[in-house]
Design a protein around this ligand. Structure first.
Ligand code: SF4
Ligand code: WCC
Ligand code: FE2
Length: 626
């Protein structure tokens, strides 16, 4: 079926195009329609020039000197307002990732105490490695005893008042010294987030540079702290990912099965849903209802988590969540936290789909709340799956429309798995970088955003990078976009430049390595730190670059900030709300180089964005003399 110009402009993904056509047929509204109704978006907001921090406001600064106020009622200038708004976004993002990490620490604590319902410590090698980092005794101790000490140690990172966050010491010495010198070495995770909220209260910190430095400090507490804890403790509890085959896109939903989508972020819930779906009684019950079985699939980062640990298929990325419901084939959309559209409530009411919220932190209009807790995890997971199974009888088969599209992919390249694929040491990778077979390493991450054609920014940028012999690592919704485009298969090395192709063929790996969910960007940092340490240089000396071609969330703002703070040049594909302050824009795109040895660039054209990254890598190679 040929699609309207409108649909073709919304997404490059064929399954998404089909579902947008279906949504039109059924007269159902999606995020794209709501975006169109929102236009024109507020110009003050777009520039970051609106302040509602106190009740004398809202205040807005005119971008043109002669046409309106240049100061808020308290006297705050555009620079102050933009800087405050920006770092409040960092606080939101860092809080989200770090709370995710905290939940994992909590689950490990309960598991070590024997109080959790169904979890166990799966990766003892990782447990011991982390214990060593914290100088926890491992000799002759049970995994539960070690786990208890580790849980208490990582838990303590959140409320720490002085000192430093342990995992940040994985960074090269030079990097840590630089953070200390700039005053941005975080003392504790929660402390830095709280300090942002304090400093941005009316009448506290009114120096844009000082504000931004606190933003960077907090973001480091996220990337090297909260996110790293989320990643590492997930590995301890659920296993460190290893390469596994999986499938992506809406075609993973099945006509004859009970379809359950696990959407959100934390593996604590989704791991149990996956396990519960194998329960023989529930499978039997599904069959008694006329279904062929139970089909659990993931969405957004939950999708990444269960896919890389179990090969569970991923239904789609952020902008596909509504479309999944519109297939009419979903018995339950189970959610925990983050990136879940409240629009799902009304939409699910147009179908038989049960929208099930599970976290005490995240309730939604139109959702049934089945609260999850770690103590009774398995029991509750079975109850949730049971609800989905019962709902199969309510599916209206005449209303089902599942696009056939699926793509195979290979996922699960943890840092450990990469080293393993390299034969046990980083040397083959270092040699390939030195010889120029691999020009550099890119981390391409982040969301979807209705402001940019869905998946196009992701796919085009990544294709251009691999064509130019850049090895790409990816997480989050970028990973899902790129997997849908078929780039996460060893065969995709045919699309890579000659050097990268040779390396991929020799190792049997794809040119784009799936490293996990958004918190797993900490894995990318770990790899960069290991490469820098092996070469005896700082991360900022390496031919590496980051990109977030379609970013939208506050988490992405925190991510971009810690990636730059770690010394990695980063290209943003959607324009951040900071252009109202030439000073803040200048700090982010130029001055940051003098402080942390890296900066941001904004480039909405993905090919040009890739070009900036490649030019950066060439310059770094030259400086290294390779
Ligand atoms: Fe206006 Fe200042 Fe209050 Fe912001 S803090 S709303 S700029 S008076
Ligand atoms: Ni991470 Fe962005 Fe996806 Fe949400 S799941 S939409 S923050 S990239
Ligand atoms: Fe995510």
């Amino acid at each position: 079926m040929p699609y309207s110009e409108k649909i073709l402009n919304r997404s490059v993904d064929p399954a998404t195009q089909k579902m947008l056509g279906r949504a039109e047929e059924l007269d159902l509204e999606t995020a794209w329609d709501r975006y169109e109704k929102m236009l024109p978006q507020c110009g003050f907001g777009e520039l970051g020039l609106c302040c509602r921090i106190c009740n004398m406001g809202p205040c807005r600064i005119s971008p043109f000197e002669d046409t309106g106020p240049q100061k808020g009622i308290c006297g705050a200038t555009a620079d102050i307002i933009v800087a405050r708004n920006l770092i409040r976004m960092i606080a939101g993002g860092a809080a989200a990732h770090s709370d995710h990490g905290r939940d994992l620490a909590h689950t490990l604590l309960l598991t070590a105490q024997g109080k959790s319902g169904g979890y166990e410590i799966k990766d003892e090698i990782k447990l011991s490695a982390l214990a060593r980092e914290y100088r926890i005794e491992t000799q002759g101790r049970s995994k539960e005893d070690i786990g208890l000490d580790l849980a208490e140690s990582v838990y303590a990172e959140f409320g720490k008042q002085e000192g430093f966050v342990q995992f940040s010491r994985r960074a090269p010495k030079k990097r840590v010294e630089l953070w200390k010198k700039a005053g941005i070495d975080p003392r504790g995770i929660d402390r830095e987030i709280v300090e942002i909220m304090h400093r941005t209260h009316i009448g506290v910190d009114n120096d844009p540079v000082n504000l931004i430095l606190q933003g960077l400090k907090t973001s480091i507490a996220d990337g090297w702290g909260g996110s790293a804890i989320a990643t590492e403790i997930s590995d301890v509890l659920f296993g460190t990912p290893e390469p596994v085959r999986s499938m992506v896109n809406l075609g993973v939903l099945k006509h004859e099965h009970v379809n359950i989508i696990a959407h959100g972020h934390e593996p604590v819930l989704s791991e149990m849903i996956v396990a519960a779906a194998h329960d023989p009684k529930l499978v039997e019950q599904a069959k008694a209802c006329g279904a062929a079985g139970i089909n659990v699939v993931g969405m957004c980062c939950t999708g990444n988590e269960i896919s890389m640990r179990h090969g569970i298929p991923i239904a789609g990325n952020f902008l596909q969540q509504e479309l999944a419901v519109i297939t009419g084939a979903v018995e339950a959309m189970i959610v925990d936290v983050q990136c879940i559209m409240p629009a799902l409530g009304d939409l699910c009411e147009c179908f038989h789909t049960k929208f099930i919220s599970t976290s005490p932190k995240a309730k939604f209009p139109g959702a049934i709340h089945m609260e999850f807790n770690e103590e009774h995890a398995m029991e509750i997971a079975k109850e949730i799956v049971g609800t989905a199974v019962e709902n199969y009888a309510n599916r209206n088969k005449g209303k089902v429309f599942i696009p056939e599209d699926t793509t195979d992919c290979m996922v699960g390249f943890s840092a450990e798995a990469i080293v393993k694929a390299l034969g046990g040491t980083l040397d083959p990778l270092l040699d390939a970088i030195k010889s120029g077979a691999i020009k550099g390493i890119a981390g391409v991450v982040g969301c979807n955003n209705v402001k940019i054609k869905h998946d196009e920014g992701h796919v085009e940028l990544v294709k251009e990078l691999i064509r130019n012999n850049v090895l790409v690592t990816t997480t989050g919704c970028n990973a899902i976009a790129v997997a849908k485009a078929g780039l996460m298969l060893p065969e995709a090395s045919a699309q890579a430049g000659e050097g990268l192709r040779g390396v991929c063929q020799a190792l049997g790996i794809p040119p784009v390595l799936h490293m996990g969910s958004c918190v797993d960007i900490s894995r990318i940092l770990t790899v960069c730190a290991a490469v820098a340490n092996a070469l005896g240089v700082d991360i900022s000396d390496l031919p590496v670059a980051g990109a977030a071609p379609e970013w939208m969330s506050e988490k992405a703002v925190s991510i971009g900030s810690y990636v730059v703070s770690s010394g990695i040049f980063t290209v943003l594909g959607t324009v951040p709300q900071v252009l109202g302050s030439p000073l803040v824009t200048q700090i982010l795109t130029k001055t940051a180089n003098d402080v942390v040895g890296a900066a941001f660039a904004v480039e909405t054209d993905p090919i040009k964005g890739a070009g900036l990254m490649i030019a950066h890598m060439d310059a770094k190679r030259k400086a290294l003399g390779i």
